[in-house]
Design a protein around this ligand. Structure first.
Ligand SMILES: [Zn+2]
Length: 59
């Protein structure tokens, strides 16, 4: 039998592997940033500016 036991999968971390989302305000994709590391799930806008403009536009 050949070497079948080494099936470990390595996941190298690259910058391009960072998660990303699309900003609903400017419709541009933005990538994960360190400052969002704690609340990435809640992040919806690429910047504070878009976040505010969204609120201003709404209602
Ligand atoms: Zn935006």
């Amino acid at each position: 039998m050949p070497w079948e036991c080494g099936l470990k999968r390595v996941h190298p971390v690259r910058k391009s592997d960072l998660p990303s989302k699309t900003c609903p305000v400017c419709t541009r994709p933005f990538s994960w940033r360190r400052k969002w590391s704690r609340n990435w799930d809640e992040v919806r806008y690429c910047s504070e500016k878009c976040r505010r403009s969204r609120k201003a536009n709404g209602a």
